[in-house]
Design a protein around this ligand. Structure first.
Ligand SMILES: [Zn+2]
Length: 81
């Protein structure tokens, strides 16, 4: 779940909030929902990069697995004749 950093436009209070897709966070100080999202959290960047690396690695493993299966099938077919 992503953590975003916000600044309240009403009272300038800055805070971090865990935000699910449909959630609208509110200022813990004045309860306003008129917020500016700040995109300067390095932790979020790292998390995104890690997730992308994992995804790429999984896709690579899957591709290699498929290749191996095809090679195996070819091998079995050519030796069944
Ligand atoms: Zn506020």
């Amino acid at each position: 779940m992503p953590i975003f950093e916000y600044r309240c436009k009403g009272c300038q209070h800055e805070f971090e909030a865990l935000v699910r897709k449909a959630d609208v966070p509110e200022c813990p100080s004045c309860k306003a929902t008129d917020l500016e999202r700040l995109l300067s959290l390095p932790a979020l960047k790292t998390e995104t990069t890690k997730a992308q690396a994992m995804k790429a690695a999984k896709a690579r493993d899957k591709a290699q697995g498929t290749e191996r299966t095809i090679e195996q099938l070819k091998y079995e077919r050519s030796h069944n004749d």
